[in-house]
Design a protein around this ligand. Sequence first.
Ligand code: PMP
Length: 397
Amino acid sequence: MPGRAPLARWLNDTNDVTQTFLAAGQLPDLVNLAGGLPDPSTWPVSDLSDFAGRVVTEHTAEVLGYSPIDGLPDLRDRIAAEFSHGDLNLTRDNVLITTGGMQGLDLLGKVFLDPGQTIAAQSPAYLGAIDAWKPRAPQYRAMVMETNDFDAEAAMTGAQFAYTVPNFSNPSGRLVPEDQRRALVAAAEATGCWLVEDDPYGHLYYDGAPLPRMLELSANGAEVYNGPVVYLGTFSKQLAPGLRVGWVIAAPEIIVALTTAKQGSDMFTSGLCQRVALEAMERGLPEQLLPGILDLYRTRRDALCEAMQADLSDLFTWQVPEGGMFVWAVARDPALDTDRLMKTGLEHGVCISPSSVFDPMGQDRRAIRVNFTLNPPDVLAEGIRRLARATRAELRQ
Ligand code: PMP
């Protein structure tokens, strides 16, 4: 008898660590340092509800009817204008609106990857990207960019695309310096490899001025951008993740290909959410909110790092991130298994993300990702005290 369509790859793929995460959400009095969530207090609730009410009556057909696959033309124009800068000339043909940044990752997999092809990916890598591309069973070439001998051209040769999060990477919190950004762009040009710049944290600089985007560095003054960078943006961290509005900026041929793929995914991103996002942009809401968000998260970053310095410095090493949402801490003792630490942490009332989930091969057990945006300073400090106790307990095993 012919078998039914196999589900095993999907059913068995939810690994042990993910199951434990899900169960952790139910525990009382847990300090959750595992997620990557913005603080709900940063959401502009009354503005968004005002915009939503108004656009439903003022733009009824556009927001309640079917709308274009590639996004509302006004929003595409607005994003093109906002990102055009110096030599970088963008038109709406360079912009696709997506359902969150996450959909951009999914569509890249659909368009660029045949089964088993190679992705060069900044290592460690964003869990959501690994998940998005898993159905294509890609080969990964790890780009470990902290080392002096990192060779961008060697990494990109033969890869379908290179995946990077240059601003405060999820999970490592690392800021890719300008010379390395330039080297990545030069390598993309030399090898013909597309260079994905995933940038949800590009506005979250707590200490210094923002570095140039690779999108800008790859611009050559063409009337319509046609360079190798595929830039992914999102309103999730600037307005609210529930809007599910993101965008891709790239050469027009890529936008056309991704639009074809999007047609077979969700047809279009909610017109209501797009109009609300556009209203927010037109009123300068992201710019108005930013200083408050930066103050809140900078204070929390400092509080977390102080607590870690006090309680974890003999157990882990880390660098204070200059932005973003995460501290990446590497165990001093190579015998510490951070998958096990995650479970022991739950017994002590704290949840962290272990490095294995940010490794496409699931092997890396030497580090943890700690989030600082969701909890106030006293809760962060309590979480770190619990984590220190859990780590010592784990090392005594
Ligand atoms: N890329 C990275 C690196 C992320 O950290 C996230 C969200 N945390 C996303 C993409 C997707 O974000 P969203 O779908 O909410 O826009």
